[in-house]
Design a protein around this ligand. Structure first.
Ligand SMILES: Cc1cc2nc3c(=O)[nH]c(=O)nc-3n(C[C@H](O)[C@H](O)[C@H](O)COP(=O)(O)OP(=O)(O)OC[C@H]3O[C@@H](n4cnc5c(N)ncnc54)[C@H](O)[C@@H]3O)c2cc1C
Length: 220
């Protein structure tokens, strides 16, 4: 079965135990969470066995996730050929319940397990870096100067198959106990969202260079 046809939460370790109704079986839900995210967190056992979880940028090509970093990046080096876990989280709201116990958060999150590989093929490395760049600012790769051979040599690109993953989504209001509903306590959701602000030009920018369309598009 191809990865694209594989349902989510299909392995013991990606099976939700609590609030299983919040799990998503549709692989499209994984793509939506990843494509809407900006950064991920890479969890890997470092050389001495200590788990380390690092925030990093990413890009996606079908069922492959790409991460990058300095060739000297310890976590990426430790991850090569190793089992890793990557998460992407969107915090959509703070859920204030009538009881402290029932407080919660609204979110969309993805957890991916897999064996990471440092990409050696130069064309795939180039594509991976383009995907990561354009994931953060679509259109940026083509607009900016391309990497030199020296810059490529200083950069490690890691790939991770999206074969084994879970997605969990919570939406809606607090789930207070029926006996708490008449309490004199405000309850509801405080929405949270990520927004882009007005672009701030680099003071060293030549003044005749306007804000390009791909930057304006990111803001709107
Ligand atoms: C922003 C945020 C804040 C949260 N705060 C809390 C908190 O304070 N306390 C708390 O108990 N829970 C919190 N959660 C939920 C938490 O992520 C777990 O879902 C929860 O702990 C229940 O895990 P479990 O026992 O079902 O799964 P586990 O048995 O711990 O995990 C089994 C498998 O389920 C999958 N899975 C579990 N959680 C998620 C998830 N969120 N997204 C995608 N796949 C998942 C993974 O593949 C995992 O390997 C929070 C989630 C988010 C996104």
């Amino acid at each position: 079965m191809s990865a694209e046809a594989t349902p989510l939460s299909s392995t013991p370790r990606t099976t939700l135990r609590r609030h299983r109704e919040r799990g998503q079986a549709d692989r499209a839900a994984l793509y939506e969470v990843l494509d809407a995210g900006l950064i991920c967190h890479l969890g890997v056992a470092s050389a001495d066995g200590t788990p380390v979880v690092l925030p990093t940028a990413y890009g996606r090509d079908g069922d492959t996730l790409y991460l990058h970093g300095s060739s000297a990046n310890g976590a990426l080096r430790a991850a090569d050929g190793q089992r890793v876990c990557v998460t992407v989280t969107h915090l959509d709201g703070l859920v204030a319940a009538r009881s402290v116990f029932s407080h919660s958060v609204n979110y969309r999150s993805a957890v991916i397990f897999g064996t990471a590989t440092i990409v050696k093929d130069e064309a795939e490395r180039w594509d991976g870096l383009r995907l990561i760049t354009d994931h953060l600012i679509p259109g940026r790769w083509a607009a900016a100067r391309q990497p030199t051979t020296k810059e490529m040599a200083a950069t490690a690109v890691m790939s991770l198959p999206l074969a084994e993953a879970s997605v969990k989504i919570r939406t809606g209001m607090p789930a207070d106990e029926p006996e708490d509903l008449d309490l004199d306590v405000w309850a509801g959701v405080l929405p949270v969202s990520v927004t882009f602000g007005t672009p701030v030009p680099d003071p060293k920018l030549r003044p005749e260079i306007p804000v390009p369309a791909h930057i304006r598009d990111r803001v709107s």
